[in-house]
Design a protein around this ligand. Structure first.
Ligand code: UFG
Length: 345
């Protein structure tokens, strides 16, 4: 028997698509809305090849309330929402702040309106460790202070968390789980879905895999003079499938009223910090493929070191990131190889 119907906004995107797979594997009836601004319709084929089920798909923009309302009428009984639909490039957000505020906040506001109108029970929101800025202490717990955002992108995550909190505190009849992701990486082990950035990748792993493939000549390591053991920045790289599974648990928790709290916040990370140089090394060891790289100057706005204390999620959600980094690196590489086989890049 099928479980509840879940609306996944941004469901053809990187984290969205992996979450759709896990939701369908868990028996949920998924409806995707995506404007395909940073993803491809072919992702639906990948999802279908993995799960045997083609999710319902609506091509529309969540900032368009009329399209959204039409979707809720066409697919009645949506019990929960997972909101991935957002613009996510830090650098671009500096150039186009209005676009970021409109997309990210407009989407959330529309969804909150629809939740009230159509009696949706809960929303899982994709937030980010970016809300902690440069943390005073690592690993970072959920109680760490929120630092002033250094980009409009980061600010949209902070404001979104506040919008959800204010709405629920004002008596809205639904729940929310806010998930603060650390650095999601890797791809589905089937290599049917993965990350496919537009143009030159800004994030480390797509740049690593494209360099390993020879698409990029050389990876630039942004700085080796940080206050870390090898001088390069430290992050908490979390496998995207592990991350996706946390969303299924969060949805279940909301829909089955497993918590008394109407709003909960969890850090999703591994608890292990890895430096840029350590990550390159892990990739080379896991795949046997070299990644030509050189040290260059620091990238403006980079955090020196941040990694999660995931114990709250481990204990309360009963969830743990367990994929070894080598497996994650192999999955990223296998995905890059699949893109080459398909002639995508
Ligand atoms: N890096 C390089 N070379 C590159 C790309 C990245 O050395 O070509 C380094 C960065 O300097 C950083 C690390 O690799 O030290 C990770 O960089 P990413 O761009 O992959 O990730 P960030 O930690 O900077 O940003 C990510 C998400 C953001 C989110 C942020 C904090 O991309 O959306 O985490 O949550 F805001």
């Amino acid at each position: 028997m099928k479980k509840e119907r879940i609306l996944v906004t941004g469901g053809t995107g990187y984290i969205g698509s992996h979450t759709v797979v896990e939701l369908q594997n868990a028996g949920y009836d998924v409806v995707i809305i995506d404007n395909l601004s940073n993803s491809n319709i072919d992702v639906l084929d990948g999802i279908e090849r993995i799960t045997g089920i083609r999710p319902a798909f609506v091509e529309a923009d969540c900032t368009d309330i009329n399209s959204l309302r039409k979707l809720f009428e066409e697919y009645p009984g949506i019990s929960g929402i997972i909101n991935f639909a957002a613009s996510k490039a830090v650098g671009e957000s500096m150039q186009k702040p209005v676009l970021y505020y409109r997309n990210n906040l407009g989407t959330l506001l529309n969804l909150l309106d629809m939740m009230a109108e159509f009696n949706v029970k809960g929303i899982v929101f994709s937030s980010s460790c970016t809300v902690y800025g440069e943390p005073d202490v690592n690993p970072v717990t959920e109680a760490a202070p929120i630092k002033k955002a250094t980009s409009p992108y980061g600010n949209t995550k902070q404001i979104s968390e506040e919008i959800i909190t204010d709405t629920i505190n004002a008596g809205a009849d639904f729940k929310s789980v806010i998930l603060r992701y650390f650095n999601p990486v890797g791809a589905h082990p089937s290599a049917e879905i993965g990350e496919l950035p537009n143009g030159v990748p800004q994030n480390l792993i797509p740049y690593v895999t494209q360099t390993a493939m020879g698409i990029r000549k050389e990876l630039s390591v942004f700085g080796d003079d940080y206050n870390t053991p090898d001088g390069s920045c430290i992050r908490d790289y979390i496998n995207v499938v592990d991350l996706a599974k946390a969303h299924v648990i969060a949805v279940e928790r909301m829909l089955q009223d497993k918590s008394d709290k109407k709003i909960e916040i969890f850090n999703l990370g591994t608890g292990n910090g890895l430096s840029v140089l350590e990550l390159i090394n892990a990739f080379e060891t896991a795949t046997g493929v070299k990644v030509p790289h050189k040290i260059v100057g620091r990238r403006a706005g980079d955090i020196e070191k941040v990694w999660a204390d995931p114990r709250y999620a481990n204990e309360v959600l009963g969830w743990k990131a367990e994929t070894p980094i080598e497996d994650t690196m192999r999955s990223a590489w296998n995905w890059q190889c699949r893109l080459r086989e398909r002639g995508v890049m």
